[in-house]
Design a protein around this ligand. Structure first.
Ligand code: M6R
Length: 610
């Protein structure tokens, strides 16, 4: 949450900062701000709204033409969405400006201390407290003042700081929130929350670890901890390409990412299916093969869409590998004193690899002795680095706030892990081979669903004025129903509930009235007949049923108002197909209602605060 970009070098900073900030807008878009040091003076502008507002506000102003600066796009935590609460924040003595992503938890006590020292505050933010503290401790060396201040704070931060008195110096630091330093040529540095803001300038980066402080100037860069102990960071190559973070002819990133899904699954399984031996090859797990064979229980923890993928993973691990598995909201797991017995494997599932609750749950699990695995998309992210081992999704950067291709990647990876563990136990090579063949055919089948996008759009538009929807499924497709409802809620602001189809009779059926849309996932499978009965229950109460059904099922069309067909597939892998029409429905509903699909209200892509 919140995006940060900073620059020091010999070029004009403004275009680098603003272009980078636009690429990070998915992290928060309540307000934006910039500070640039030009002619030895600090110039600051802050505006409620999108980065474009800010850009317009400083258009043509030479004051923002310096070569050292920082900027921020905000997702409000402390303090309302106002110009005053927008970042950068400044101190009141030395011309220090700071941008921050995270939460300073002891800000209230620090604020009282600083007020007693005579500082006055103009915002309600925790961030202003941190910059005032740096100012209070400043004795002519910005790096030292930052280190000293960070020794006093608790909470999470990724910060960039500049000071009028040190015109060529940029200092940044991190604990808990992501930050990386891009190393350009000729001592040029671009610091950002995410590689998307860096890749246009350089592919060489240092990913900061917790408590790292980096000072950059014309003489190079140095990394220390907050006690000024020098460190030797690892320079690595960013694994993204510019075209992956551009719209490439699509109207929205969400639509682009939905259409990328066949490619995503291909990338995800590439090199991981050994068809000759009938086994799955997961290099990331190979050093823990023994532990995984001995595993007696698996806990999968995540939030949001990733949790829905985790729930499907649970069904697969129990069904295919016969390992007792549970899923947990990371936010609950971390605080509820969970019992972790010997030989428990905890899997953290996260697109960003930065979700604060999932990261904290992972720490909790490790402390209690579990083997911690990650199913993560962003390479080098905090969760990826802090797990014992893991499997990357390889679906490329996901920019749309509504997660789509990452969900498909998560389900695919969890199915690979299930097959991998199943083969170490009871599954024969032939059984595994059958599943792998099904897996290989998935990308082509998703393509067939995408060909029906126009039809799915027309169906959606028939119901788009309705304010309450139900999503119902059973077995492997109960989590798919939850995911369909979440997608619709988050981008079209329509109230939707997902639940097991059988649960409806235990209360929610009271909601059904004339014309209420109920989306049933009714593909062929073990519970098909049961789902058909549930469909009748809704129909007989006036509800309008939209079914996701298996190609060739002509019978279902006689019982429902609308059908969206998916190709036939084995049950464990069916959610990878059945979710696609639901993603498209949510997308077309949001567009029809005139919403900003990629930047839904109140949301941010990566939830790095509790
Ligand atoms: O980055 P993560 O996968 O850890 O994010 C978890 C959730 O915040 C995320 O899936 C969220 O629910 C999406 N907006 C859903 O589309």
């Amino acid at each position: 949450m919140c995006g940060i970009v900073a620059y020091v070098g010999s070029k004009v900073a403004r275009p680098i900062l603003l272009e980078g900030l636009k690429r990070l807008e998915y992290r928060g878009y309540d307000s934006a701000g910039i500070a640039v040091l030009t002619g030895g003076k600090l110039h600051v502008a802050r505006r409620v709204g999108r980065v474009a507002n800010l850009q317009e506000a400083i258009e043509g102003q030479a004051a923002f033409d310096g070569s050292l600066g920082l900027c921020h796009t905000r997702w409000a935590t402390h303090g309302g969405v106002t110009d005053f609460n927008a970042h950068p924040h400044t101190d009141d003595r030395h011309g220090i400006a700071l941008v921050h992503n995270g939460i300073i938890e002891n800000y209230a006590a620090l604020k009282t201390y600083l007020q007693e020292k005579g500082h006055s505050f103009s915002s309600q933010t925790d961030t202003e407290v941190l910059v005032m503290l740096i100012g209070e401790l400043y004795e002519g060396d910005l790096e030292k003042a930052v280190q000293a201040a960070l020794r006093e704070v608790t909470g999470a931060y990724a910060i960039c700081v500049i000071c009028e008195k040190e015109p060529g110096v940029l200092v940044c630091a991190r604990k808990g929130s992501p930050l990386m330093v891009g190393i350009g040529s000729d001592n040029e540095y671009v610091v950002a929350s995410d590689g998307a803001a860096i890749i246009a300038h350089t592919g060489r980066v240092v990913m900061l670890d917790d408590y790292n402080v980096v000072k950059m100037d014309a003489g190079g860069f140095r990394t220390t901890d907050i006690h000024n102990t020098p460190l030797s960071p690892r320079v690595q190559q960013l694994e993204i390409e510019l075209e992956q973070i551009e719209l490439g002819g699509f109207t929205h990133f969400m639509l682009k990412e939905i259409f990328e899904q066949p490619k995503s699954v291909r990338a995800c399984i590439s090199g991981r299916l050994d068809m000759r031996e009938g086994r799955v090859v997961l290099g990331g797990l190979s050093s823990f093969a023994k532990e995984l064979t001995k595993a007696r229980r698996v806990v999968i923890t995540a939030q949001g869409t990733a949790l829905h993928a985790a729930m499907i993973g649970r069904y697969m691990l129990e069904d295919l590998a016969k390992i007792p598995t549970q899923t947990e909201y990371a936010s609950e797991f971390r605080y509820r004193n969970p019992v972790i017995e010997e030989n428990t494997v905890v899997i953290a599932v996260s697109q960003s690899g930065e979700t604060a609750d999932t990261l904290a749950a992972l720490h909790e699990a490790k402390e209690r002795g579990a083997l911690a695995l990650g199913v993560v998309n962003v390479v080098g992210s905090s969760i990826a680095r802090e797990t014992d081992a893991g499997v990357y999704l390889r679906v490329g950067p996901e920019i749309g706030v509504a997660s789509t291709k990452a969900f498909i990647g998560q389900v695919t990876v969890l199915s690979l892990i299930s097959m991998y563990m199943a083969r170490k136990r009871f599954m024969s090579a032939d059984q595994c081979l059958d599943l792998m063949k099904e897996m290989e055919a998935i990308p082509g089948k998703i393509e067939r669903i995408l060909e029906q996008a126009g039809r799915i759009k027309r169906i959606t538009e028939k119901y788009v004025e309705r304010e309450n929807w139900l999503f119902l499924g059973r077995g492997y497709n109960y989590p798919t129903a939850l995911e369909g409802a979440l997608k619709l809620k988050e981008i079209s602001y329509i109230h939707a509930e997902g639940m097991p189809a059988a649960e409806m009779k235990h209360g929610p059926i009271a909601l059904i009235n004339e014309g209420m849309p109920a989306v049933f996932i009714a593909n062929r499978g073990r519970q098909y007949e049961k789902v058909m009965s549930n469909i009748q229950e809704v129909r007989s109460r006036g509800g309008h049923v939209i079914a996701v059904a298996t190609e060739g099922d002509t019978e279902i069309a006689k019982h429902v108002q609308d059908v969206m067909y998916v190709p036939d597939v084995c049950e464990p892998l069916s959610p990878i197909l059945t979710v696609v029409p639901l993603q498209l429905m949510a997308y077309y509903a949001a567009v029809a209602r005139g919403h900003d699909v990629d930047k839904p209200r109140n949301l941010a892509k990566s939830v790095t605060v509790e």
